[in-house]
Design a protein around this ligand. Structure first.
Ligand SMILES: Cc1cc2nc3c(=O)[nH]c(=O)nc-3n(C[C@H](O)[C@H](O)[C@H](O)COP(=O)(O)OP(=O)(O)OC[C@H]3O[C@@H](n4cnc5c(N)ncnc54)[C@H](O)[C@@H]3O)c2cc1C
Ligand code: SF4
Length: 559
């Protein structure tokens, strides 16, 4: 066995025209578009999941605008990845024991889901991966991008994939394999919300200098097979209100699709202030509501997962380009919050970036800045989607759910009808990690033990996410200061990581009396479902999520 301290062997390098990090809808749409424009362009996509789609978790009600443009004719194909069309849209405001339906005519047109499709975004991604490979794109699942490669002038030259076979203490195992350098004339970062390399690029190039802080939510999803008699093909149900209180943003979704499946999900905005709030328990409580539980009763939970989503929208999108590369999809923050949709903009932004890069390549350029892509998005369909809803999140954060909802509803209407907002473009204020109040300033939330068959604990939930990591590897949740969780976060906030992590990765363990030692902070890294919430919400910004060995993480079958 060799030691990490020794000189590591040099990495082998492979050269491409375009390197893409992340095989989500954004990365694969970019790859497909590049090949459509010029079959000679060499394109490689790396994906940290064990296969394309393994780490994809979404609702998903899919606006087909991107797919129609990328692959015209997909609707007629036998292997089309989504088949259920939305037939009915319901918006509910839930109270503790009841709730009421908001009439559809009060909802702005942009909230209308008719014409959209319900399905698994993971399966859509698998379909896109097959399309990309058929066009000659090289896709390498099981390889995480861990390092951005820079040239002498600071331009991005590509990425390096992670080494394999390093043990928990950083020693090299017999199975040690050095990562690869993938070099491209241009590199696209399509890592989704809170991408680990994208975060570094945003900091290194000061890309967010002129934008509002990015805001995030944590989204949970369970896939259920329900009883046939309860299934309502094409029904899309959204709710807000209970179990969240007015000062915590969020809401739920229930989508019926493909014969007997229901995607049930819950989003909690990560600017919540009470550190005793447990997003996972809020989700579990939600399923017991009298307007929700009957749909699930008698059914079977097939899968579980969680993932952060971006919520800053129009005013939080950073500058997208830097010498040698660009951000696309949710790595750039193209999610539409009130529509809970981002996959269409992921596809559109991948295509847009590909078109500008394709032009640059045909002009013989390399490693420079594709400024025209950054200049184009606000006037594109992505900008037209995001601009009218730009005040939804700030109004919700500022006025809470009950006052905020009518205000942002009105704002969406005036934007839709007259193209104006009474509020201009509002600011988001603080980043999410600064929003927690100390324990001394909040009323603790106590979650009752629920006896319902619809309710699960975190560990059995992680089990059905099929999460798997090589156990003997360095912990991929890096603490800048290992003392902060116990010394600072515990007394001030009760160490909120115990509660916000949807996979039970973080624990504060109290030693037995005889040992006389204080509490310990334990990280069960092998449970991590790669949602990135700890990287976002830790109040001390002490936790950095880095990719574990490629192939590790959830194995979502059809999320
Ligand atoms: C609970 C929830 C519900 C949602 N509902 C909807 C909905 O109904 N409709 C809708 O349109 N949108 C919805 N969204 C949003 C939608 O899922 C995203 O907008 C979309 O997935 C973004 O696509 P993307 O390609 O940018 O990123 P992702 O889909 O996140 O894909 C990124 C890919 O990159 C990989 N990756 C990341 N980092 C690396 C790395 N360093 N190296 C290698 N690979 C890497 C990841 O494993 C992943 O496969 C929802 C999101 C959530 C969380
Ligand atoms: S450790 Fe962090 S990224 Fe992993 S599941 Fe928990 S909160 Fe999410």
């Amino acid at each position: 066995m060799a030691s990490q301290a020794q000189d590591l062997p040099p990495r082998e390098a492979m050269d491409y025209d375009v390197v893409i990090v992340g095989a989500g809808p954004a990365g694969l749409a970019a790859a497909i578009r590049l090949k459509q424009l010029s079959p000679e362009t060499s394109v490689v996509v790396i994906e940290k999941g064990s296969e394309a789609g393994a780490h994809i978790l979404s609702g998903a009600v899919i606006d087909p605008i991107g797919l129609d443009r990328l692959l015209p004719g997909w609707r007629e194909r036998d292997d089309r990845p989504v088949t259920t069309q939305v037939h009915e849209d319901q918006f509910l405001l839930l109270t503790e024991r009841s709730g009421f339906r908001i009439p559809n005519f009060l909802m702005p047109r942009l909230m209308n889901n008719h014409g959209n499709f319900i399905g698994s975004l993971g399966n859509l991604v698998r379909f896109l991966a097959r399309e990309a490979e058929a066009l000659g794109v090289e896709i390498y699942p099981g390889f995480a991008g861990v390092e951005v490669l820079y040239g002498e002038k600071g331009e991005v030259l590509g990425v390096a994939t992670g080494d394999m076979g390093v043990d928990r203490d950083g020693e090299l195992k017999d199975s040690y394999t050095r990562g690869m350098e993938l070099r491209g004339k241009y590199t696209l970062f399509a890592e989704g919300a809170r991408g680990s390399l994208s975060k570094q690029l945003i900091a290194n190039f000061g890309l967010a200098r002129n934008s509002e802080p990015q805001k995030f939510g944590l989204g949970f999803k369970e896939l259920w097979r329900i009883k046939k008699e309860k299934y309502r093909e094409g029904l899309v149900q959204h709710s807000f209100g209970w179990p969240l209180t007015s000062d915590t943003g969020g809401g739920s979704f229930l989508y019926h699709f493909e014969g007997d499946l229901v995607a049930v999900g819950f989003v909690v905005h990560l600017n919540y202030s009470n550190p005793t709030l447990s997003p996972f328990d809020e989700f579990q409580r939600f399923k017991t509501h009298p307007l929700v539980a009957p749909t699930l009763e008698g059914g079977e939970r097939l899968s579980y997962g969680a993932r952060a989503l971006t919520e800053g929208g129009w005013q939080s999108v950073p500058k997208l380009t830097f010498p040698g590369g660009a951000l696309i999809g949710c790595a750039a923050g193209f999610m539409n919050v009130p529509r809970i949709k981002g996959s269409h903009n992921a596809v559109l932004s991948g295509m847009l970036a590909a078109e500008h890069i394709g032009k640059a390549l045909s002009d013989g350029r390399a490693h420079d800045e594709i400024a025209s892509y950054d200049a184009a998005w606000r006037a594109s369909d992505i900008g037209r989607d995001l601009k009218p809803v730009r005040n939804v999140k700030p109004l919700w954060s500022k006025f809470g759910t009950y006052l905020g909802a009518p205000l942002y509803g009105l704002d969406m209407w005036t934007n839709e009808l007259f193209g104006v907002s009474f509020f201009g473009t509002m600011k988001h204020g603080k980043p999410d990690h600064e929003c927690l109040k100390p324990l001394s300033q909040v009323r603790p939330i106590i979650y009752p033990k629920l006896s319902s068959k619809l309710v699960f604990d975190k560990l059995s939930s992680v089990f059905v996410s099929n999460t798997n990591h090589e156990e003997d590897q360095p912990i991929h949740l890096r603490l800048a200061d290992p003392e902060i969780p116990i010394r600072q976060n515990l007394p001030l906030f009760g160490e909120p990581a115990r509660l916000y992590c949807p996979a039970g990765v973080y624990e504060v363990v109290y030693a037995d009396e005889e040992a006389k030692s204080g509490p310990r902070f334990v990280i069960n890294a092998q449970n991590c479902v790669h949602c990135k919430t700890c990287d976002i919400k830790d109040p001390a910004q002490n936790i950095t999520w880095v990719p574990p060995e490629g192939g590790g993480g959830p194995n979502y079958p059809n999320m």
